[in-house]
Design a protein around this ligand. Structure first.
Ligand code: SF4
Length: 215
């Protein structure tokens, strides 16, 4: 793998839940829109699917002063460094690791894998199965990255909540950002720092982001 591959840094303290990342992912990957209903939340659609690879979760919590706190966090494949989904796959070709970036990629061969096995192997409940039997999720936009472009979500985020680059640079940026915000966000933490290529920097306790952490 080239150097140590690539990583995302998702800074939830900057995210405004505009969901430009969701739209950019669908546009670049030509994924169909979902048919949804109003569930009383701005979170939409309600879940990842074969056609929704990036989702911004909303968690609304009543505060003691009568106000409501909103916490937003992006959910998508973490591109695990030692991906459990790949470890459980029967075939070495159905789930592959991109040499340049370290991205975990689902191919047509996932049609022949057990969906239950692959989904249960994933600690983050990410894989989804399409009507064609193939499994789908974020690709890290390797087609863009191989041509020197940022992933579509990182390119489009208007507030800089999604950074993407060499893994060590993202680890350093995550550590620096955590140190910089800890006086304002005493419960801030970087989730799965050593295990994931998607570094999720939460500004609040994990319990405030239940739909992401416990998905
Ligand atoms: Fe595989 Fe799940 Fe890790 Fe993505 S988050 S690489 S689907 S185990």
């Amino acid at each position: 793998m080239a150097a140590n591959g690539k990583s995302f840094l998702i800074d939830t303290t900057k995210c405004t839940a505009c969901r430009s990342c969701q739209v950019a992912c669908k546009q670049w990957n030509e994924l169909e829109a979902e048919s949804t209903t109003n569930r009383g939340t701005y979170e939409n659609p309600p879940d990842l699917s074969a056609n929704t690879w990036v989702l911004v979760h909303f968690k609304e919590s009543a505060q003691s002063d009568g106000t409501v706190a909103w916490n937003f966090a992006r959910n998508s494949c973490r591109h695990c460094v030692d991906a459990p989904c790949k470890q459980r796959a029967e075939s070495g070709d159905s789930i592959t690791i991109d040499e340049e970036t370290g991205a975990v990629l689902f191919g047509e061969g996932t049609q022949s894998e057990s969906f239950d096995t692959i989904r249960q192997a994933c600690p983050f409940n990410i894989p989804r199965q399409g009507t064609d039997g193939q499994m789908y999720k974020c690709t890290m936009c390797v087609d863009r990255v191989h041509n020197g472009e940022l992933p579509a979500c990182a390119k489009t985020c208007p507030v800089g909540a999604i950074q993407f680059g060499d893994r060590q640079d993202m680890l350093d940026a995550a550590d620096a950002r955590l140190a910089a915000i800890q006086s304002d966000y005493p419960d801030a933490a970087i989730l799965d720092r050593n295990e994931a290529r998607l570094l999720l920097l939460l500004g609040d306790k994990q319990s405030m982001y239940t739909t992401v952490v416990g998905a």
